[in-house]
Design a protein around this ligand. Sequence first.
Ligand code: WTA
Length: 647
Amino acid sequence: MAQAKYPMPAELKNEARLDPAKYQEMYNQSIADPDTFWSQHGKRITWFTPYGQVKNTQFDKDNVKIEWFRDGTLNACYNCVDRHLPERADKTAIIWEGDDVDEQKHITYRELHEQVTRFANGLKKLGVKKGHRVAIYMPMVPEAAYAMLACARLGAIHSVIFGGFSPNAIADRVNDCEAKVIITANEGRRGGKGVPLKANVDKAVAKGACPTVDNVVVFKHTDTQGDWNDDLDVWWHELIGDCDTDCPAEVMFAEDPLFILYTSGSTGTPKGVLHSTGGYMVYVSMTHEYVFDIREDDIYWCAADVGWITGHSYIVYGPLANGTTTLMFEGVPTYPDETRIAKIIDKHKVNILYTAPTAIRALMAKGDAAARGTKRDSLRILGSVGEPINPEAWEWYHSVIGNSQCPIMDTFWQTETGGIMISPLPAASDMKPGAAMTPFFGVRPALVDNEGNHLEGASSGNLVILDSWPGQARTLWGDHERFEQTYFSTYDGVYFTGDGARIDEDGDLWITGRVDDVLNVSGHRLGTAEIESALVAHEAVAEAAVVGFPHDLKGQGIYVYVTVVDGVDTSDELRAELIKWVRQELSPIATPDHIQWAPGLPKTRSGKIMRRILRKIAANEHESLGDTSTLADPSVVESLIDNRLNK
Ligand code: WTA
């Protein structure tokens, strides 16, 4: 589609920060002279010591180095909290909407300061110091943000673990970064049900499985009483009982780490993506302001979870750095029914809603019922993130949720990019349903073919980024070589996203999805290797191969091929047991949709599983299998097709 179908609404055009000419001018400057551009925009953040240096980066695959604002000092928590006290002490920083429709809280910036400083002093009592790692495994409650900010205040590196992960997954992440403390809650609430967070942590640390952990801090969120381990466990409220608000923010260099966030890759164990302080804060606050055209009185709602990068950058750090009122929602879009999102919008007069296509599709499945009895007339801008948004979902979001009044920012980015990379900008561009459109300032996207040749003009290929931007991840925790290998070695001298993309005749960008072995299931990023290793840990499984397949609601579903150990019967009971096993070992978000018994898997003569073929069979596209001549045993393919489920 060359023609823009949806123009930017006229009212927005008159008031917005940008117009097409202004965007182009700023973009051109950001590329032609990044030092001057970022030197100027870096000042949006409060620095204790101003920076003299700006960009110092190289994408050489054997020597990747990424430094921004190197000699400047600052504190991320100070920027999100203290600096707003003179002007915004009584402004609401966080609106919390509980899982239960009757539960809500408003926390002012003054209260945020009090809560964060007291908790930071509590962590100090436990011996937490600059550079220590602290794991956070929390429900969507304000205390999750307090915990992150308290770590940032002390210079401790937080590692938030999504509340849907299972004990083994928690232990892996805690051990990889050698966390000293785990912060959790006795229980979370989602969709009217309890989430056993503390019980999961208990299992993770049981029998000395997490030897570096000295304490587990437990926020009492519900009345449920679970097990208690006097050696480790400390109640949050008891810890801060005698703590005051006197807690100076640690002076951090721009390149001191702010947080680690584990994410899935093509191979191996999850990767501890490391973000540092200065560039990240500049980039997330600037993208937040420009992409959502934030105004002082806005009520802004990003409906993600703090366990993912979207929650870090666009629930906590970006909005709070900008002094915005950010809404945190504990529950799910369909509880108590499908009108919940629309009702929250009306209840809190939300101006900006940022959510994921998977949530949109779940609501769309109920027709227009999701908007029943609501007005949603406070909305000005909508956002989408996490996976490609199909045009039908885009149209529904636009017309039903947005009353056909609000532009949609389809924001493409990744855990590794720290902030939004490609998105329409109000009111710099018109919109095309399904297109991420234009790069943010300082971002230089390009397409390459599989050999790394740069593609010019309208084309499809692998999406790479040619030069560094301030919000970029600096390394993988404890493994810089893997960082270089994963992102900079596929194509020389550029950052490889792992995504495919298309540039249309107008020069606009469309993201087409991962081209590697990373799955995107309901907007959750999962590695096939992680699911496979959970499966082979089961005694009945000899070998497993996991691929994604197109799924109407989830975007991608999980299709598993299992070769059982000799002598084991393949039965429906075993299938059910394996599904349960993966949920327990890894996470319910990794629940397989289909398990197919596979007497053999298609392998090359060197023993590599040919996933391309497995993907085609899973998607029911056996007609276009492509070349199978390099297989060690081509007959395996025939038998897999014969056995395919739902045939
Ligand atoms: C996908 C989430 C298409 C993409 C912020 C990327 C998208 C992965 C979009 C990163 C979008 C994210 N359109 N695809 N607007 N946004 N993706 O690390 O495949 O959880 O590589 O970060 O999500 O997922 P992650």
